[in-house]
Ligand binder design. Sequence first.
Ligand SMILES: [Zn+2]
Length: 203
Amino acid sequence: MQVRRTVIQCRNLIFHFAPDPHNALRGFFFAHVGWLLTRKHPDIFIKGRTLNISDLIEDPVIRFQRKYYPLLYIAFCFLLPTLLCHYLIGHTWFDSLLVGSFGRYIVSLHCTWFVNSAAHMWGDRPYKKDCEPRENTWVSIATWGEGFHNFHHVFPYDYAISEMGLKVDPMRWFIDLMAQVGQVWGRKRASQYVVNSARGKNL
Ligand SMILES: [Zn+2]
């Protein structure tokens, strides 16, 4: 998917080179959420300005999302979950707001942050041992497949971020579904030969 590809490019350029904004070598708390509480390193702004995000800017869906972000944020992050919780499950308005909206948001934020923290600290490194990110099944379950992080850092151009057929990656399934309806094209994969070679060299 175009968006995911560009996001991956951004992450490769900024996040995988010094200074990593959520560097797990600075400890779990910093990698998980502490980086949001500190000022960004000046080099992050310098690196950020070198990124080519013209494909994102030209995308009408991205432009729509950016233009109406505050409205969409309130509608889909707070309003819709509260309404669903109240009308579908039958909770009170207060409980729906507290659990269905705020609670759901807190859980999803932590699941996302685990990719920067837990998936950089605990798990196997089958593709590159001297690469800090790991394959963390629990993070993958919590994030719909984003926890296969050793693979992702070693093969950042691979849209599936895991070995086809061996791993559960619902995000990849969604991208594949979008490809079927013409919303996604140009999916790149690391060849099995390249993956096997990396794994062999890593033994
Ligand atoms: Zn990472």
